[in-house]
Design a protein around this ligand. Structure first.
Ligand SMILES: Cc1ncc(COP(=O)(O)O)c(C=O)c1O
Length: 378
């Protein structure tokens, strides 16, 4: 199987560890293993005693039970512990889609959500979010218009990377009702769930609402632990779950034992980590509001409703060229929205890191120094 380049990851592989001012990353502030053990109330000795044999293929029953506790209608049996959140996208899409199957993917989207489906089937419809005067919106009428008996899968992501869109409960219910009407699989990427830093309430999980949902969640974003590579799928349908487990036998067989232990610690430390990250995002968005007010001619800013990222309009002729040049000349890293299936006049900003204020200040200094110079995009 041939697959398109994973543009976002190739871009970060090139710049993330050599560019000092990261303004676009989607994860949140991380902690050390030591801090994590303390926050979760575990000792280093407990961690050091983990044995490094093969683990249970579906995941540690204690961890699966701990994950299931976070949902209303989910049992430990429905949970599959992954070796990384992104693995869950691969396993689910490969298990569900066959060549010629019709799928509808909310776009823009994290590359894997689009590229895997499009590499398997030529019948993939990109369902684009709308830009309105009040911000980003789902176009549910459009979804209703493109759904048919032939639709096998709908892929969504809430809170949304890269726009920060969070639908209302009514909109989400309508979407689930549409999937239910036709018995369509609903893959709901909930990697940013818990990052509701403003007044918006957390959306119910699709896992609690719909039997034919596949929910992806994990600890990379809300808990700030992307280096742990901890994530899980919730699959209530037993037959699909077995197909997904079968696919995983071909990728990684079983979860890593130290990761399963630390994931349990992180879930016990959960609220501390998540609340801390919500506060960091809230503080950074306050700075962003002021920054974008000062640079209103250069950017079109819509603050995110939830999550750690926002999609920002930028008045350059190519956001991709501009971002490469900016990284090289000013050491500031934005992410072109084109990589995620959007136009080349938008970039992603990310607000989850404590270094955001200094990165924003470095960018502003660069903008001030180059104010009368044409944008560095050629
Ligand atoms: C929407 C979405 N889903 C899944 C992932 C994959 O998470 P991870 O990199 O922790 O595997 C990401 C990562 O950026 C993401 O933004």
């Amino acid at each position: 199987m041939k697959i398109r380049t994973f543009e976002t990851e190739r871009y970060y592989a090139k710049y993330e560890f050599t560019t000092p001012h990261l303004l676009s990353v989607s994860d949140c502030e991380t902690v050390s293993i030591d801090e994590l053990l303390q926050l979760g109330g575990y000792s280093y000795d407990e961690f050091a005693k983990i044995r490094l044999g093969y683990t249970e293929s579906q995941g540690d029953p204690l961890l699966r039970a701990r994950v299931a506790d976070g949902y209303e209608n989910v049992d430990a049996d429905h949970v599959l512990i992954l070796n990384s959140p992104v693995e869950g996208i691969y396993l689910a899409i490969c298990s569900i889609l066959e060549p010629g199957d019709e799928a509808i993917i909310m776009t823009p989207a994290y590359d894997a959500l689009i590229n895997l489906a499009e590499s398997i089937s030529s019948q993939v419809i990109r369902w684009q979010i709308n830009l309105t005067t009040t911000g980003w919106q789902l176009d549910l009428d459009k979804l209703q218009a493109v759904i048919s008996e032939n639709t096998k899968l709908i892929v969504v992501n809430f809170p949304h990377n890269p726009s920060g869109l969070l639908p209302s409960e009514e909109e989400f219910s309508r979407l689930v009702a549409l999937a239910n009407h036709y018995g369509i699989w609903l893959f709901c990427d909930e990697m940013y769930r818990g990052l509701e830093f403003s007044q918006r309430a957390t959306l119910p999980s699709a896992a609690d609402l719909y039997q034919r949902s596949i929910v992806l969640a994990g600890l990379s974003k809300s808990h700030g632990l992307p280096g742990l590579r901890a994530g899980w799928l919730i699959v209530r349908d037993a037959e699909l779950r077995q197909q997904i487990i079968n696919w995983r036998d071909y990728t990684s067989i079983c979860p890593a034992a130290p990761v399963e232990f630390l994931a349990r610690v992180a879930l016990d430390a959960g609220e501390n980590l998540v609340q801390r990250n919500n506060k960091i995002i809230r503080d950074n968005i306050r700075l962003a509001n002021a920054f974008f007010a000062r640079w209103a001619e250069m950017f079109t800013w819509r603050a995110p409703e939830a999550g750690s990222v926002a999609l920002v309009g930028i008045s350059v002729s190519s956001a991709t060229q501009y971002s490469h040049q900016l990284a090289k000349k000013a050491g500031v890293l934005l992410l072109p929205a084109k990589f995620m299936g959007y136009d080349d006049r938008h970039v992603r900003f990310g607000f989850g890191r404590l270094s955001f204020p200094s990165a924003l200040a470095a960018y502003e200094e660069h903008l001030e120094q180059n104010e009368n110079v044409p944008a560095i995009d050629s």
